[in-house]
Design a protein around this ligand. Structure first.
Ligand code: NAD
Length: 363
């Protein structure tokens, strides 16, 4: 684990997070495994995060927060969760008095992230929050501030930053193996057949740019190692009866970076696609699939192959173990709140660019 962290520091993946000084938490440091409470027991909690918490070495599933008593009953039995560690959305704040819970992991629709992160921080818990971090940059800042004020750490569930294929391609690029980066193309999309889910509700943080869009922004930012200075964007839909009033089914955006590198990113709820292609002065790198739960594969100039296999949900377990160790050892997080906020700032600029048809500056 130490070597993975060192690698991230060397490659600069951690550079941004180093500015965020972790806070010493005496109670957490005494434990060798952190107790995690999940807020929201939907698809991602049920199918990925709870199973991953059966694989983790440095944290475990200690509690749940749900508005559905029937789900609570099922989870208590399945995961042997003590009744005293079960909360609903009304009595959630009482979690402050529960020493079993060190970390609250917010896995709700994005419009609810801000409030639950702040409530968790005020309850004295470290917080992990799913992507997209929130709907606006302001909400992200509020979440970061609340955690700082309460001396708690805030991590974003950017699972890819914890997985070995992603870490290897970033190192390859940072080592200058294909020279100066000139162009990045990154796509992530799937066909979402739902019509009435929160992903199809603008006010709940729906829209593909928030959802799969943060992955393509991560691809562009991590491949170049830079933050974009301006964006242009276009959006279209093949299902206007669902995707209307600013809710996007497909978004394409073009990013300009300070070095002159450019990125074209595409994301969609209507098209299955998933790749990252990086062109440098001296060659190329390609990852496909790029953001899946497993099976990432890469190739690059010089006959390079990148392929570290693992089973689902190992990726989520690596993420939660990394974040637990950061908390327990008072070390920087790989993907702190500031990293989630960088993407949301760009997402907001992309929506403005698409609506106006103009280039939007990010400086
Ligand atoms: P989901 O709809 O399956 O689950 C959402 C949960 O929130 C449900 O348990 C629901 O009951 C609860 N909820 C509480 N109040 C609600 C309300 N007013 N409206 C709707 N639901 C409400 O969603 P999900 O797919 O589990 O996504 C949850 C979060 O996890 C999102 O932020 C999503 O982007 C993220 N996610 C991340 C990944 C990843 O790979 N990192 C994958 C899937 C989802």
């Amino acid at each position: 684990m130490a070597s993975r962290r060192t690698f991230l520091q060397q490659t600069g993946l951690l550079a941004s997070s180093l500015a965020f000084s972790p806070l010493s938490i005496a109670s957490a440091q005494k434990k060798d495994r952190l107790g995690v409470a999940l807020v929201g027991l939907g698809y991602y909690s049920t199918d990925l995060i709870a199973p991953a918490l059966q694989l983790t070495k440095h944290c475990y599933l200690a509690g749940i927060v749900t508005g559905t008593p029937a789900k609570a009953e099922t989870w208590v039995k399945k995961y042997n969760i003590p009744e005293k560690n079960v909360y609903n959305y009304d009595n959630f704040d009482k979690i402050a008095n529960n020493p079993d819970i060190d970390v609250v992991y917010v896995i709700l629709p994005p419009s609810m992230h801000r409030d639950y992160v702040i409530r968790a921080a005020k309850a004295g818990k470290h917080v992990w929050v799913e992507k997209p971090m929130a709907i606006t940059e302001k909400e992200c800042q509020d979440m970061i501030d609340a955690c700082k004020q309460n001396k708690r750490l805030l991590a974003v569930g950017y699972r890819l930053q914890h997985e070995p294929n992603t870490q290897e391609y970033i190192k390859f690029l940072r080592d200058g193996k294909i020279g100066k980066i000139k162009m990045v193309s990154c796509s992530a999309g799937y066909f979402d057949g739902r019509t009435n889910h929160w992903k199809q509700k603008k006010e709940m943080g729906g829209g593909v740019m928030y959802d799969m869009g943060v992955y393509v922004l991560q691809g562009a930012r991590l491949a170049t190692g830079e933050e974009p200075i301006s964006v242009t964007a276009q959006q279209y839909t093949t299902r206007p009866e669902i995707y209307r009033n600013g809710l996007d089914e497909t978004t394409m955006a073009q990013l300009v970076f300070p070095s002159g590198a450019r990125a074209a990113v595409q994301t969609s709820f209507g098209i299955n696609m998933n790749f990252l292609h990086v062109t440098g002065e001296k060659g190329f790198l390609k990852m496909e699939p790029y953001s899946a739960y497993n099976g990432q594969k890469g190739e690059a100039t010089g006959g390079v192959r990148i392929q570290h296999p693992y089973e689902v949900p190992r990726q989520q377990a690596m993420q939660m173990d990394d974040d637990s160790l950061a908390i327990m050892n008072n070390k920087p997080l790989i993907a702190p709140g500031e990293e989630g906020m960088r993407d949301i700032r760009i997402v907001e600029a992309i929506y403005r660019a698409a609506q106006s048809g103009q280039s939007v500056k990010l400086t």
